[in-house]
Design a protein around this ligand. Structure first.
Ligand SMILES: Cc1ncc(COP(=O)(O)O)c(C=O)c1O
Length: 488
């Protein structure tokens, strides 16, 4: 008689995985035919599988890891918290690490405001409004951080201007998560199309995707056909017109939702410098609120700790997740202003409470990891290393232009997207069914480099402790993999 319960040693983890686990964003019909890489340990930027094979983690474990795996400082912080308590509820109770973390996040998210000097006679328009972020609402991941932002905006708007129905405007191809609210704010045709009937309506507007800009097709070249000097910012004009039309129809937009500086899951669409500032001016002019989804871009991915600050912009809502705990534990936060907070205040029976929360809100282990992460992140050593990494990546990526299948290379800080095309001269995309991106990533894995594509775009996301050698290895392996997987 076989035992009813399977003993651990009876099957290897790959078999058990194929038998029981349903993986995210994965065609399981293909998955169950493959032999998955089973990760058993990690150190720094290196992941090790059950057979002892080593891989460079070139997408920072789906954009979460900052300082490397198994980092002694974060390990110690988690362990020190673990022996005190792992979790107690934030409903009706406060806790130490979450309180310290909230204070640190507010400090980190302070915008260094540059006041114009009295003697400054330049005709530059004043910087857009820069609200101060004073409150933190904790949640579990990027999607929930965005749900919180959208619900807070909705309620705040309803309470402060009851005659106007809150309406959101967001960018084409944007991705803000997979819960229904976050999906509604998103416009990813591939991911969310089949759920369109359960999403609420959010209007979509042109994104500054320069490589495929319809106003930028004059001469297909390797880089943008027109330099930004020649660009007439038609994309910003479209946003302006859309906002004005909605206002004329007396259905104004009240919030603009954006992944600042670079749109991640859209295919690493790096925005041209100045775009965010121009859009922030419009938002200010039309009295809308800015919801910044910095789930991917936060914590130094694009250079500054908060990507929006790179253009001197402070949003009304700032959603943070992924890198918040250094990529150790699921935890997220939505930061907002005193004005938003105040609109929820009132006597108990006014029921102005924000009726929203999650079981693990303000979790102690996550908070302890996040505190250690922030300390590492703000150390001069990490700041310096990130600057080096940005340069090393830029130099290494330059070598990829020689491939005819490389249409565009987009880098923002320590993040890059390499868009593969049939031929750079025509910019013709590979049909998705050809799985060009997947094939290249499979070839990369054979060379000991792990990442995941977004359609035809290969993502590189550096871990902040990587060495120059590791950066060069990633890019050299990518170069070989393009040649192998996409023969001419
Ligand atoms: C910009 C952005 N927002 C939101 C999310 C959703 O985050 P999560 O997967 O943690 O729910 C993601 C995930 O990739 C993201 O890139």
């Amino acid at each position: 008689m076989p035992h009813r319960t399977q003993r651990k040693s009876d099957k290897n983890p790959a078999q058990l995985d194929r038998q029981y686990i349903w993986h995210p964003f994965t065609q399981m019909q293909e998955w169950i035919r493959t032999d998955p890489i089973v990760i058993t340990s990690g150190k720094g930027a290196i992941l090790t599988d059950q057979w002892g094979r080593k891989y460079i983690d070139a997408n920072a474990s789906i954009w979460t890891n900052l300082h490397g795996h198994n980092h002694p400082v974060i390990n110690r912080a988690i362990h020190a918290q673990l022996v005190k308590i792992s979790h107690s509820s934030a409903l009706g109770l406060a806790n130490e690490p979450a309180s310290y973390l909230a204070a640190d996040l507010i400090q980190m998210a302070k915008l260094n405001r540059k006041r114009p000097r009295a003697s400054d006679s330049s005709k530059k328009p004043p910087p857009p409004r820069q609200p101060e972020l004073t409150k933190v609402f904790f949640s579990d991941d990027g999607s929930t951080a965005m749900e919180v932002a959208l619900k807070l905006h909705f309620e705040h708007q309803r309470r402060t201007t009851p005659k106007i129905t809150p309406r959101y405007l967001s960018l084409e191809n944007s991705y803000h998560g997979d819960t229904v609210g976050a999906m509604s704010l998103s416009h990813s045709p591939l991911f969310h199309q089949s759920f369109r009937k359960i999403r609420f309506k959010v209007d979509r507007i042109m994104a500054p995707y320069c490589y495929r800009c319809p106003y930028n097709q004059a001469q297909a070249k390797r880089t943008d056909a027109r330099s930004s000097r020649q660009c007439r910012w038609e994309c910003v004009q479209q946003i302006k017109e859309r906002i004005e039309t909605a206002k004329r129809k007396k259905q104004p937009y009240t919030a603009f939702v954006v992944e600042p500086i670079i749109q991640g899951a859209a295919g690493m669409i790096a925005h041209p410098k100045g775009w965010l500032t121009k859009v922030a001016r419009l938002i200010q002019k039309y009295r809308m609120q800015l919801i910044a989804d910095e789930v991917m871009t936060g914590f130094g991915r694009t250079g500054p700790l908060i990507a929006s600050h790179g253009e001197g912009i402070q949003p009304d809502f700032l959603a943070l997740a992924k890198g918040m705990t250094g990529g150790y534990l699921p935890m997220a936060a939505t930061l907002t202003t005193q004005a938003v907070f105040d609109s929820f205040l009132g006597p108990y029976d006014s029921f102005r409470t924000f009726f929203h929360g999650h079981s693990f809100t303000g979790n102690q282990l996550g908070s302890a990891a996040a505190l250690a992460n922030l300390k590492l992140l703000q150390s001069p050593r990490s700041t310096q290393q990130r600057k080096h990494l940005e340069d090393w990546l830029e130099n290494a990526l330059d070598r990829l232009w020689r491939h005819p299948q490389v249409g565009d290379i987009r880098q923002a800080g320590l993040v890059a997207g390499i868009e593969l095309v049939k031929k750079w001269q025509t910019r013709e995309p590979f049909p998705l069914k050809e799985q060009a991106g997947i094939r290249v990533c499979q070839a990369l894995a054979k060379r000991g480099v792990l990442t995941r594509p977004i359609g035809n775009v290969i993502v590189i996301m550096l871990i902040y402790t990587m060495t120059k050698r590791q950066v060069d290895t990633i890019v050299a392996a990518l170069s070989e993999s393009i040649k192998e997987a996409l023969p001419l």
